[in-house]
Design a protein around this ligand. Structure first.
Ligand code: CAA
Length: 287
């Protein structure tokens, strides 16, 4: 599959990342199907895309006509077969748990076009292990966007053990066509590059607060004003989603060892479903 053969992109998952990726693909002119398991999830994702496109139009980052046309290119669906039947590339952005993703790939493989490329937006999980569930490990790779996809430039393109060079090149070209900067990650290791560095930083911030060595306000002021990050560590955690950070850490803890143990404060946030901006409450309140 080459870039010029790609017309339709299916995005599995309409959450923060899924709807953001669908928006980016639609803005680049692709026909997009966005699939989730419940009607309310796809509708919510669709409304988020509409909000975001209108916001970008308000700020003259695209015209209102372009925003309307991009929204029209997105079809929200619940039915897997319908969502992937015509897709040339399927980008999967379902919850960051190995078993959930494997189940989705099994179902996807039954319905997808034989030539389609599967690209996973996993933040940390083994590309090789996910690819093994499918019958196309050579047409399977990581395509990792950052939150919020419409604003973040980087896409990590990660190779699995059996990914073909042609697949990686096509996905890199697709990322460029989406207006992003792809960076090839040659080793399929937990958290790849960005999350291997960034998520432990956010976790260390949680340990500082868990052990009463600093407050959230102190940590966020120092990360923002001293370390030059665009957001404080806790603000970023709320942006990414505390469940996402937790699952990434939990996996790195299991595979890489004790240094990645999630801090009690982070566990508590997940248990209380205080997941960040998406639930209206995380380390901060958003209601
Ligand atoms: N679409 C459209 N507009 C959006 C938006 C979206 N998805 N998200 C936010 N905005 C709007 C806001 O509503 C706000 O609008 P108003 O000005 O009208 O209030 C505006 O954008 C804020 O934009 P600014 O340019 O003023 O703000 P900013 O310069 O601070 O940029 C940011 C915002 C790009 C999110 C910036 O804060 C940033 O880069 N933060 C760090 C994000 C980051 O590091 N992400 C990666 C996390 S790691 C990850 O994602 C990987 C993983 O697997 C866990």
């Amino acid at each position: 599959m080459e870039l010029e053969d790609i017309n339709t992109v299916a995005v599995l998952g309409a959450g923060n990342m899924g709807h953001g990726i669908a928006e980016v693909a639609a803005m680049a002119g692709y026909d997009v199907t966005m699939r989730d398991i419940k009607e309310e999830f796809v509708q919510n994702g669709y409304e988020q895309i509409e909000w975001s496109l209108n916001k970008l139009a308000e700020k003259d980052q695209l015209s209102q006509d372009e925003a309307d046309a991009a929204l029209e290119r997105v079809t929200p669906l619940v039915d897997m077969a319908e969502a992937v039947a015509d897709a040339d590339v399927v980008i999967e952005a379902v919850p960051e748990q190995m078993e959930i993703k494997k189940d989705v790939y099994q179902e996807l493989e039954e319905h997808a076009n034989d030539e389609a490329i599967f690209a996973t937006n996993t933040s940390s999980l083994s590309i090789t292990e996910l690819a093994e569930v499918t019958e196309r490990p050579e047409r399977f790779c990581g395509m990792h966007f950052f939150n919020p996809p419409v604003r973040m430039d980087l896409v990590e393109v990660i190779t699995g053990a059996e990914t073909a060079e042609e697949t990686l090149e096509t996905i890199e070209e697709l990322a460029e066509d989406f207006g992003k900067t792809p960076v090839r990650v040659h080793k399929d290791s937990p958290g790849f590059i960005v999350n291997r560095i960034l998520v432990p930083l956010m976790n260390e911030a949680c340990w500082l607060v868990s052990e009463d060595e600093a407050t959230i306000a102190e940590v966020d002021s120092t990360t923002k004003y001293g370390m030059g990050l665009p957001m404080g560590s806790f603000e970023l955690g709320d942006q990414v989603g505390n469940d996402v950070s937790y699952h990434v850490l939990d996996y790195m803890h299991e595979v890489l060892g004790a240094a990645y143990e999630p801090a009690p404060l982070l566990e508590e946030k997940v248990e209380n479903e205080e997941l960040g901006k998406k639930t209206g409450k995380g380390f901060y309140d958003y209601e």
